[in-house]
Design a protein around this ligand. Structure first.
Ligand SMILES: [Ca+2]
Length: 139
């Protein structure tokens, strides 16, 4: 598999003199992150009923966005995909699952993952119950 970040660096190196080639190899490559296939199972109920779940997505210090709210659904899935072009290898992606409520949203759990090159499918157990499933491609 040829990653986008690596191939762009190689393209630059082939057209530039040695000095820049060295600089290129020293710089930290920024790659594309794509997060998709977000779904959850067994989200907990509270006094107000079944969870109205949504997911907030972060990468490093940046916020990538959040999904729509799936009302009254313990096993929701979200069609949103998140793409981020400035991710670095070993940077931490953070997914927060929240229950939307009238006044204060509840945080159901946090999933953190260090980015590795490739495509991965993960299950993450949420602190307050339920599991978040997601897939990411990085490279
Ligand atoms: Ca709720």
């Amino acid at each position: 598999m040829i990653s986008l970040c690596k191939s762009s660096c190689e393209a630059m190196a082939s057209s530039l003199p040695l000095l820049l080639l060295v600089l290129c190899s020293l710089s930290v490559a920024q790659c594309q992150l794509r997060l998709f296939n977000l779904r959850a199972t067994g989200l907990p109920s509270d006094l107000l009923g079944t969870t109205d779940g949504y997911v907030k997505v972060f990468c490093g210090a940046d916020t990538l966005g959040k999904t729509s709210v799936r009302n009254d659904n313990a096993n929701p899935w979200w069609e949103e995909e998140f793409t981020y072009f400035k991710a670095q290898e070993n940077e931490v992606m953070r997914l927060e699952v929240h229950d939307s409520d009238l006044l204060f949203d509840d945080l159901l759990g946090v999933c953190q993952r260090q980015l590795k090159l490739g495509t991965y499918e993960h299950d993450c157990y949420l602190e307050k119950g339920g599991t978040l499933h997601y897939t990411y491609t990085f490279g």
